[in-house]
Design a protein around this ligand. Sequence first.
Ligand code: CAA
Ligand code: NAD
Length: 283
Amino acid sequence: MTIKQVMVIGAGQMGAGIAQVCAQSGYNVFLHDANEQALHNGMEGIKKRLAKAVDKSRITESEKQEAIDRLTPATEMEDVSKCDMAIEAIVENADVKKNVFRELDAHAPSHAILATNTSSVSITEIAAATNRPEQVIGMHFMNPVPVMKLVEIIRGLQTSDDTYTKIADMASALSKTSVEVDDAPGFAANRILMPMINEAIFAVHEGVASVEDVDTVMKLGMNHPMGPLTLADFIGLDTCLYIMEVLHDGYKDSKYRPCPLLRKYVNAGWLGKKSGRGFYQYE
Ligand code: CAA
Ligand code: NAD
């Protein structure tokens, strides 16, 4: 079976990026979101980014049009019945993801692979919600997807070698470099990144330095492209908190306790760039 038709579930910042990269790499893509406005915004964002790429002579006008022609907005998840694989990129919450995987499993053809872009939820746990655990796998892209080269590929306990090979090949076809990572809390990327972000929030919480100065320390002192608080806003503070909770719960180690300031911001609805306010304010 060759993967030709893909469904991306979730048209937020990650889903829209994944759909864009798949369409630009020759896959036919259904992009689905439970929220119609989010689906519209996701599609418009892709068109805007492709138009910008033409302006910068990164792609031609016809390459832009071909990518757009391969993309179809899908209001119904049942369209997965026409797909060879699905990539889920909805909210970071294990129960919500498991419900979506039950539905995907019910409608997808028997050969289809079901992948998740989760940042931290156990692949084994998500796979157990389906009747095809050997065809469930983690395909963890980094944000922003069109720019970042890495994909973490995570096998669940029962993921087959065939599923792994097909997803590793697909990552290559998307011009990404993949690494194989164990199904451990936070995998590798977020086990390393999130404690740094959480510690930066503690530094602000405890008055060690201001938001701007903490970011300046890491930008100018460590050559990071973004300071950790800008990056937290960019990722989404809800996602950061959820990942810290998965690390804390999974390792039972107090070093992973989420900073109370992070929890306070999320409770206030300050989710970062996507909600207009986080550690910084956005227009
Ligand atoms: N979507 C798509 N493309 C984007 C983008 C976005 N949101 N933001 C920027 N870009 C593109 C721009 O269009 C530009 O492309 P061209 O070179 O073709 O013009 C390129 O990226 C560079 O953009 P800018 O010049 O505007 O800005 P920059 O040089 O400051 O780079 C950045 C922006 C790439 C985001 C850079 O700041 C960066 O690398 N930041 C760190 C990102 C990071 O750490 N990501 C990982 C987050 S953790 C994660 O993803 C895992 C998880 O589970 C939470
Ligand atoms: P987001 O909030 O930008 O988008 C999530 C989208 O999912 C929203 O448009 C929402 O309407 C939709 N959605 C929610 N429940 C749904 C459902 N039941 N069915 C269909 N659509 C549903 O989130 P995001 O930042 O794109 O993150 C998505 C996933 O990617 C999360 O699992 C996150 O952990 C992971 N991830 C995020 C980043 C990041 O930097 N933000 C990086 C890598 C991985």
